[in-house]
Design a binder for this molecule. Structure first.
Ligand SMILES: [Zn+2]
Length: 331
């Protein structure tokens, strides 16, 4: 998978993902002599339940939250030292924890720009990012933000691989980062460096050290396990369908997020009301006329609760829109 000419860039949405998802891969890349950079997008500061347990306090305001983020960043630094990385091989963007979908949908130009800068500075030959279908909204949003930033990356395109942390294991071709017993021990030590997460999730976290790390090459094809399907109809409209049997829940209180990228580098975002709450004969739940002459090159849809309440996880992450060849702006 990697050799000494490779430059591996890993995108970790939170402190701990670099260890639980890619702790084996980092060691493998180090041994292969590849250049490595790990970019941690958020400080994991919006993490109230572990913080309440560890700090024995109920109320968590901005100051407590910032302190928790600083603590988690230090834990990630320690974990990455254990995995064999030097300080200058790691980078923290300090983006809002549990806020990446919002940045994506608010058309925040800064976040795509900073990822684009990372690609430009480091020039990766291999990019490893979270799966589009990951159930944690920060993970799936990271996946889209990175793809959008990558589309603007002028140099040669890296090979892109996805990892899944929350939700189903990835189906399809997987690449396994082989880990020796010694590497698994190091990975376990790196996971344990995230002491703030051990109080409530120790067993679940340590299990990652015993499992093989699997990666799937990113493709522009839709995920066949996902209940949503979206495509561009012959009339040029976007049609979205839901397999209700697979979704297995009420659609009331949900809306559809849509992100479209045109060949000209324009990114369009929509929040669509559902037209049929899953009771139409053909399973369609939304349709939208696309802006005229939009030469789409990629697009994504996700069902979202209007009022997520205390729930963090999505039922399903994002699905790619099937775009017919003639419409595709990118050959
Ligand atoms: Zn995470």
């Amino acid at each position: 998978m990697l050799d000494s000419r490779d430059r591996l860039l890993i995108l970790a949405p939170h402190p701990d993902d670099e260890s639980i998802a890619t702790g084996g891969l980092i060691q493998f890349a180090r041994n292969a002599g590849a250049a490595i950079r790990v970019v941690v997008l958020t400080d994991g500061d919006n993490n109230p339940w572990p913080q309440r347990w560890v700090e024995k306090r109920w109320r968590i305001g901005p100051a407590e939250r910032a302190r928790w983020g600083a603590r988690r960043r230090e834990e990630a630094r320690a974990a990455m030292r254990i995995l064999g990385l030097a300080e200058n091989e790691t980078c923290f963007l300090g983006l809002p924890d549990l806020g990446l979908t919002d940045l994506l949908m608010r058309a925040d130009a800064q976040v795509i720009e900073s990822l684009h800068t990372q690609f430009g500075e480091f020039a990766p030959t291999v990019l490893v990012l979270p799966a589009l279908g990951d159930r944690h909204p920060d993970h799936s949003a990271t996946s889209i933000l990175a793809r959008l930033a990558l589309a603007r990356y002028p140099s040669r395109t890296p090979r892109v691989f996805e990892f899944a942390v929350h939700g189903n294991a990835l189906t399809g071709t997987t690449v396994v980062a082989a880990a020796t017993a010694a590497q698994r021990t190091v990975k376990q030590a790196a996971i344990l460096a995230h002491a703030s997460q051990m109080r409530l999730s120790r067993r679940r976290f340590l299990r990652y050290a015993t499992l093989p790390e699997t990666y799937r090459p990113a493709t522009p094809l839709p995920d066949l396990q996902h209940p949503l399907r979206a495509s561009i109809g012959s009339d040029g409209s976007l049609w979205v369908y839901l397999d209700q049997a697979r979704w297995k829940a009420n659609l009331r209180g949900h809306i559809l997020f849509v992100v479209l990228e045109s060949g000209a580098g324009v990114i369009l975002r929509y929040r669509l009301a559902l037209e049929n709450l899953g009771d139409s004969a053909d399973g369609s739940i939304a349709a939208m006329a696309l802006p005229a002459a939009s030469d789409l090159c990629s697009g994504y849809v996700k069902l979202v609760r209007l009022q997520p309440g205390w729930r963090v996880f999505d039922r399903y992450g994002w699905q790619q829109i099937e775009i017919p060849e003639r419409n595709s702006g990118r050959a």
